[in-house]
Design a protein around this ligand. Structure first.
Ligand code: NAD
Length: 469
């Protein structure tokens, strides 16, 4: 066994068996300093620019070493990161946040994602290589604040870049701790500081400065429609990961028991704050009652009388015109209590029957409250689901055993993520195949972004040689 592998095994054994945390961050943290955290956007970007120049001189092997160090160190922080983000934002729950952080750390691809393209022929050889942009400006959401930073950082570093993060002000403290920790780990691993930077007082104004800074070559924004619009107007190359409103269809051929369990799991995961989470259920009438029954078995709470539905809708909307931000990311129990609705257990999800025109079907609610829409058949279900998805091109889910329906939906939804017979989060790589990502680019079309999207393609031509066929 190699020395490095042996070292890792010993550390793991110590952590597991002695309960000792071998924490490289604690070991190397400089007292009093906030590595990577600057007063101004100008200073932060200047630091990142200098760091990227040094980083560009290193080998791929060094990038890999840097990313391995990030994974190893941040895995020891997942509980702390989840707890901090929950306490600071008040969104979601700690257990699901632990899983989201683990996913970002373990399944975000590194340098192996940078695949070279090649053509050879009578005139020689041409390769297409993925090379760094330089300094990336990345805006991150409040809903997955530190997961997105880790995921973006791994992918962006793998592609050879430095990153200046513009973090959501409401998750500022959690994000600053992680950015500082990433810098400590990177300095220890490869001797470069400020590859990951930010400023200490983020605001919309500083986000705008970041978006228009002349030394930022690529913008990667993850958030709602406002930030996507602002980034698109910056005149820079943009990867925009915007809002979604994912519908889930259940038809009469589906495995209803599994569909029910998957929907409750997906729609209640981190209290529904994920952009990919099921936001409306569209069920074919012949199985609708059985689906409800099965969802109840999985701890969903169906509101059965009009008075309760009214109480709920009055609470979670503002005058039935927009979503009440106060209840975004809150648990089903908290919402029921605030609405003064009796429930004798702790449900994971609140469900009520509605039409496709209900406000909560039309708007991304980001809370564990979901409309259940009954339709006559699959054709109607598909039309309704398309309408609910609103052309965001984000995520859709279908539970069906009918191949031609699955095929039609895969083609016609035109979403970046389409999950068949699973919970929505399978589309993030959680319990589904594929890389993890927390930046699902929708209006700009990159889809589930990884390192290769944070690199520019350059063509390198050699004439009259290296064709050996
Ligand atoms: P948000 O849009 O409020 O904030 C996202 C980031 O953009 C923050 O850093 C914020 O400071 C900045 N920002 C917001 N408006 C801005 C403006 N006008 N100019 C400059 N910067 C601005 O989003 P949020 O509430 O934190 O996150 C939830 C939203 O993000 C939901 O709509 C969700 O669907 C979406 N989201 C999408 C993805 C994806 O991968 N597609 C992932 C996570 C969240």
């Amino acid at each position: 066994m190699e020395v490095a592998a042996l070292e890792k095994l010993v550390k793991q054994l110590l952590v597991e068996q002695l309960g000792t945390k071998i924490d490289p961050i604690k070991k190397a943290a400089p007292a009093g300093a906030r590595s990577g955290v600057f007063e101004t956007v100008d200073e932060a970007i200047a630091g990142a620019k200098k760091a990227q120049k040094e980083f560009a001189k290193l080998r791929l092997e060094d990038r890999k070493k840097a990313i391995d160090a990030v994974r190893e160190a941040m895995l020891l922080q997942v509980e702390a990161m989840a707890q901090r983000a929950y306490e600071e934002t008040g969104l979601g729950n700690v257990a699901d946040k632990i899983n989201k952080h683990k996913l970002a750390i373990e399944k975000t691809p590194g340098v192996e994602d940078l695949v070279t393209g090649i053509q050879t022929g009578d005139h020689g050889m041409t390769i297409y290589e993925l090379s760094p942009y330089g300094v990336i400006g990345a805006l991150t959401p409040s809903t997955n604040p530190t997961e997105t930073i880790i995921c973006n950082a791994i992918g962006m570093l793998a592609a050879g870049n430095a990153v200046c993060f513009g973090v959501h002000p409401s998750a500022k403290n959690s994000c600053l701790v992680v950015i500082e920790q990433l810098n400590i780990v990177l300095k220890e691993a490869i001797g470069i500081e400020n590859l990951i930077v930010t400023i200490n007082q983020p605001s919309i104004k500083s986000a705008e400065e970041l978006m228009t800074h002349s030394d930022v070559s690529l913008l990667v924004v993850t958030g709602g429609p406002g930030v996507v619009r602002a980034a698109m107007g910056s005149g820079k190359k943009v990867i925009a990961a915007g809002a979604g409103n994912p519908p889930v269809i259940v038809d009469e051929t589906a495995n209803i028991e599994k569909a029910a369990s998957d929907i409750v799991s997906g729609a209640s995961f981190d209290n529904n704050i994920l952009c990919i989470a099921e936001k409306s259920i569209v069920a074919v009438a012949s199985i609708a009652d059985f689906l409800m029954f099965q969802m109840e078995k999985n701890n969903a709470f169906f509101l059965k009388n009009e008075a309760d539905i009214k109480k709920l809708v009055d609470l979670v909307t503002i005058d039935q015109k927009s979503i009440n931000g106060k209840y975004i990311g809150k648990s089903a129990t908290e919402i029921l209590k605030a609405a003064n609705i009796d429930c004798d257990f702790s449900p994971r999800l609140i469900v009520f029957e509605a039409t496709k025109d209900h406000l909560l079907a039309k708007h991304e609610q980001l809370m564990p409250v979901i409309p259940f829409i009954r339709v006559n058949d699959f054709d109607e279900a598909f039309d309704v689901a398309l309408e609910i998805e609103k052309g965001y091109g984000h995520t859709a889910v279908l539970h069906s055993q009918n191949i031609s329906r699955l095929n039609r939906a895969a083609r016609d939804f035109q979403t970046a993520i389409f999950v068949k017979n699973g919970p929505s989060y399978a589309g993030l790589g959680f319990g589904g195949e594929g890389a993890a990502t927390f930046t699902i680019s929708t209006p700009t079309g990159e889809g589930t972004t990884t390192a290769r999207h944070f690199a520019k393609t350059r063509r390198c031509v050699l004439t009259d040689g290296f064709t050996i066929r």
